[in-house]
Design a protein around this ligand. Structure first.
Ligand code: NAD
Length: 494
């Protein structure tokens, strides 16, 4: 990866994008489209199709027809595996171009985007390609006069709705296991960042995925997302995004065909620093990355720093130093450590939380303002509020931006109470040199992920999912496969 290749790719024109249905590009019915504005400079550089309910219906019917034909759903596992491996390789070959396209769309710094987007997506396709013929049905230990077989069957048509922060990574977390199990998919990317997923759909077709097995409908959530959620012929809905939209999807299910709904939602993840942390400076460095990389637009961002009172001042000072030293700016530059906020709407939301924190008595330690306005892009300084009381808005609600809240605590019990004191339960971290305390905290924190003396571990082998209002179900690992299969029991008289 060198700067001149990135600069050259960043100039590539992007034509108007269609919907990808039945293995080909089609226009939205009525020709509706939405502009794509880059948060790097505020300029429009592409257009995506704005799908209507009719377009979604066509995509679902196409997916159902492909499923029923058996071309993929009943293909030999070895055949499905071959195609998924080819997709992984094709993504890797095109990784830099895919990463640059995605960065132009959502503003993630390229150093992170390359790893977290195409390379991670390729790894996910490879992981599920390897897994798909290692899982099968079971023979139940039934009485001797009967044989009980437990079949694992593909569910049918999977609707996948994903957000803008890591579209390829999160898209792959849904698409790859769904395809591995033999399902057909209708994917609805975020209208804020659709481009890399549109190209991914085309790559899948080029690699031999049969027509109609993966379809992509772009457009506004309130129309195409709702239509997918309400569709009577979608069997499972898998979603990553905000809690508000997650609630709507549950309603859509209740109002339509009771489709299964799996939600990966937001968080307000506590990052707990004890005075016995092995290396306070290292804790500050990693914690800064844990909240400020991708400008805080990370579901597992460690946005609540709970710090033992005896080291609170020292740690807060170190975190502020780290924040001020971060290189913020054009996400297409290799040395940028945090790029742009994905959209003006998201930047306004960040600003709103900052103003609220000031009104409610938070002490601003760093940042607190929009920066680099001369670029025309959407940039925000890494921001830290100290002395954030647990009842303040900033301690309870997800900002999804580069804003950290620091709260001092006195005892381990206080730390646990504060850590579990929000509606969320996605990620968390504990910094301590005491092994017993580390294990006690892992047990006590009510969250899907607990890091110890690190932050932001990512690997396909481990599940990612939230507790409480951070969601249900899991992405990644073999556990994710359960979302994409139905169990069926066969009783055979002997
Ligand atoms: P969002 O909920 O606004 O949008 C997510 C998707 O839902 C988009 O594709 C959008 O078009 C669609 N949508 C919007 N309104 C809809 C409706 N009425 N019906 C159906 N679909 C609709 O979320 P976002 O702003 O794109 O992403 C940020 C959120 O995602 C944050 O809360 C973040 O924490 C969460 N997130 C969670 C994880 C995780 O793994 N838990 C990962 C990344 C992001």
């Amino acid at each position: 990866m060198d700067q001149s290749s990135i600069d050259a790719l960043a100039q590539a024109p992007v034509g108007p994008q269609g919907l990808f249905i039945g293995g080909k590009w089609v226009s939205a019915m009525g020709g509706a489209s939405l502009p794509v504005t880059s948060p790097i400079d505020g300029r429009e550089f592409a257009q995506i199709a704005d799908a209507s309910a009719g377009d979604v219906d066509l995509a679902v019917k196409t997916a159902r027809a492909a499923f029923q034909s058996g071309v993929w759903s009943r293909a030999a596992p070895a055949e499905r595996k071959k195609v998924l491996f080819r997709i992984a390789e094709a993504i890797e070959r095109e990784a830099l171009a895919l990463a640059v396209l995605g960065v132009r769309d959502n503003g993630t710094e390229i150093s992170m985007a390359l790893k977290a987007e195409p390379m991670s997506a390729a790894g996910t396709f490879r992981y599920y390609a390897e897994a798909l013929d290692k899982v099968g049905g079971e023979i139940a230990p039934t009485p001797g006069n009967v044989l009980g077989l437990i079949h694992r069957e593909p569910v049918g048509v999977v609707g996948a709705i994903v957000p803008w922060n890591f579209p390829m990574m999160i898209g792959a977390w849904k698409i790859a296991p769904a395809l591995a199990m033999g399902n057909s998919v209708v994917l609805k990317p975020s209208e804020v960042a659709s481009l890399s997923l549109l190209r991914l759909a085309e790559i899948c077709a080029e690699c031999g995925l049969p027509d109609g097995v993966l379809n992509v409908v772009t457009g506004a959530g309130a129309t195409s997302g709702e239509a997918l959620g309400l569709h009577m012929d979608v069997d499972v809905l898998v979603f990553t995004g905000s809690g508000g939209v997650g609630r709507r999807l549950l309603e859509y299910s209740a109002r339509s065909n009771l489709k299964r709904v799996y939600l990966e939602l937001g968080g307000k993840s506590p990052n707990i620093v004890f005075a016995d942390a092995p290396d306070l400076r290292q804790a500050a460095k990693v914690s800064a990355a844990g909240i400020f990389r991708n400008s805080g637009q990370v579901c597992v961002a460690g946005s609540r720093l709970l710090v033992e009172r005896s080291v609170h001042e020292e740690f807060a000072g170190m975190l502020a130093e780290e924040a001020r030293a971060m290189k913020i700016g054009n996400p297409l530059k290799l040395d940028t450590q945090a790029g742009a906020i994905s959209s003006e709407a998201q930047l306004a939301r960040v600003q709103h939380f900052v103003e609220k924190a000031q009104d409610e008595g938070g002490a601003l330690l760093a940042g607190g303002e929009r920066i680099l306005t001369e670029t025309g892009g959407s940039y925000y300084a890494p921001t830290i509020f100290d002395k954030v009381a647990p009842e303040m808005t900033l301690a309870r609600e997800e900002v999804f931006g580069p804003v950290a809240a620091i709260t001092p605590f006195d005892t381990e019990e206080d730390a646990v109470r504060m850590a579990n004191g929000t509606d969320f339960g996605l990620a968390s971290a504990v910094w301590t040199g005491n092994l017993s305390r580390a294990h006690r905290m892992v047990r006590a924190i009510d969250a899907g992920v607990v890091h110890v003396n690190t932050y932001g571990g990512a690997d396909n082998t481990v599940p990612l999912g939230g507790h409480r209002q951070s969601g249900n179900g899991h992405d990644k690992s073999l556990h994710a496969l359960d979302k994409y299969v139905n169990l069926k029991t066969a009783w055979i008289a002997l």
